[in-house]
Design a protein around this ligand. Structure first.
Ligand code: NDP
Length: 295
């Protein structure tokens, strides 16, 4: 069997085009959605994410407000900026890039963001809404994963799903979204006994761990849909000394020989995260400004 490769890059491009069309429709009514992105410190990976977010925000016709603060920023200073953005009518969505420097309590900052502008979906109010089935902002990476799964199979009711990872930003909301689709969900983590055997039950297997190629081909049930969230930079001796490449949490070639569909890394889940962030920002703008969300 050879798996369908789930092309997240193409899906995200289509999603961004639909968002751009909706934004253009809103601009005729004087509404320009705005996304504020806050970066504290000089982490190179975070700088790249923030730059990509700003570029893609502007490409769909939204306003992008970038705030780059020094690594020495205090918690009080960051909280003051969040309060300012909460009060700014031009800002519909606020994203504070994680991780934050040690002196800042990330949870405190997340909880300071107005839930109506929490386009990352990390605020406990939005996490609670997802848990209770009330509309709210859904964390972008799991939302992107669900869209990719449903691009392969619309009706997921009754399927066995296994999510490896229980973080607040990926694993837990992913599991909740799959429960919402009437899957029977198992959440696995570092203390799970016999993980390969647990994974072999999965019709849908989502790996969000952060361990390069941990999930092997013989962990995958024949015909399963495999979603690889992991982004791991590893040495790539084939490309030369000191060269690196990015791999997922799944041993791709092995798993692709068994699965019915699989996301590649890169080009799978990654591009969906920013596209879903823009979708959430569009939704925030419509909601805050009392206009219907374009379909
Ligand atoms: P966290 O480190 O917060 O969570 C990792 C989870 O994996 C934890 O629940 C941990 O268990 C579990 N875990 C660790 N080791 C094992 C193991 N040996 N067996 C089973 N479970 C294990 O990571 P995130 O959720 O933030 O991210 C996960 C991965 O996804 C990372 O590679 C990250 O880079 C990537 N990512 C990709 C995004 C994208 O846009 N594509 C966005 C966000 C993340 P425990 O709780 O017991 O410690």
């Amino acid at each position: 069997m050879s798996a369908t490769i789930i092309d997240g890059k193409a899906y995200a491009t289509g999603l961004r085009a639909r968002i751009a069309e909706a934004v253009s429709g809103l601009s005729h009514r004087g509404v320009v959605p705005g996304l504020a992105v806050v970066l504290v410190g000089e982490d190179p990976a975070s700088q790249i994410y923030v730059r990509n977010k700003a570029r893609q925000t502007m490409e769909v016709g939204m306003s992008s407000f970038e705030h780059v603060l020094p690594a020495t920023t205090s918690e009080a200073e960051l909280l003051a900026l969040v309060a300012k953005l909460n009060a700014d009518p031009a800002v519909d969505g606020i994203l504070v890039q994680l991780p934050l420097p040690k002196q800042i309590d990330a949870q405190k900052v997340i909880e300071a963001i107005d839930p109506a502008k929490d386009v990352d979906g990390f605020h406990p109010i939005n996490a609670g809404k997802l848990m209770t089935g009330v509309p709210g902002f859904i964390s972008c990476t799991p939302l992107g994963c669900l869209l990719l799964i449903q691009s392969i199979r619309r009706d997921l009711a009754g399927l066995d799903a296994v999510v490896i990872g229980r973080s607040n930003i990926v694993g837990k909301p992913m599991a909740q979204l799959l429960v919402g689709q009437s899957c029977t969900v198992t959440v696995a983590h570092s203390r799970t006994k016999d993980l390969p055997e647990v994974c072999r039950r999965a019709d849908i297997l989502v790996a969000a761990v952060g361990r390069p190629e941990m999930v092997r081909g013989d962990w995958v049930k024949p015909g399963a849909i495999v979603i690889d969230v992991g982004i791991n930079r590893v040495l790539n001796p084939d490309a030369g000394e000191g060269k690196t490449k990015v791999v997922g949490d799944v041993a791709y070639a092995e798993a692709a020989a068994v699965a019915s569909a699989i996301t590649p890394v890169p080009g799978g889940v990654g591009p969906m995260t920013i596209a879903c962030l823009l979708r959430n920002t569009l939704e925030a703008a419509c909601h805050r400004r009392g206009v219907a969300m374009p379909q």
